[in-house]
Write a protein that binds this ligand. Structure first.
Ligand code: ZN
Length: 112
């Protein structure tokens, strides 16, 4: 797949560092100031602040790797995972159906 529009490994590490800062979620559960509200709010905040070109493509990839909300990104999508798997095809549309998948991603983008 075309990975040009996804976050680079370096950018993803920066995002991950942002999420693990004390002002956000900290390094483990309940160590930071923010509790996950089951959205990708902080992840999207960072992407908007850093003018990420194709936020939707990156979110699709993050969700496909198991990051349905900010705390799941921390758990399931580490920088090592990103580096290893960002080039893989996303499997979401195959398991959910294309339109359900697009709806899920749109919901995550609009509720965050
Ligand atoms: Zn969460």
């Amino acid at each position: 797949m075309n990975t040009d529009m996804l976050l680079s490994d370096v950018q993803f590490s920066e995002l991950y560092l942002y999420l693990t800062s004390k002002e956000r979620f900290g390094l483990g559960p309940a160590q930071g100031n923010v509790t996950c509200d089951h959205t990708l709010r902080s992840t999207l905040e960072w992407m908007k602040k850093h003018r990420v070109q194709d936020i939707r493509a990156t979110i699709e990839k993050i969700v496909d790797l198991g990051g349905h909300c900010d705390c799941e990104v921390l758990l399931n999508v580490t920088p090592a995972t990103w580096e290893e798997r960002r080039g893989e095809e996303i499997t979401g549309p195959d398991s959910l159906g294309e339109s359900e998948w697009q709806q899920l991603v749109s919901d995550l983008l609009s509720h965050s």
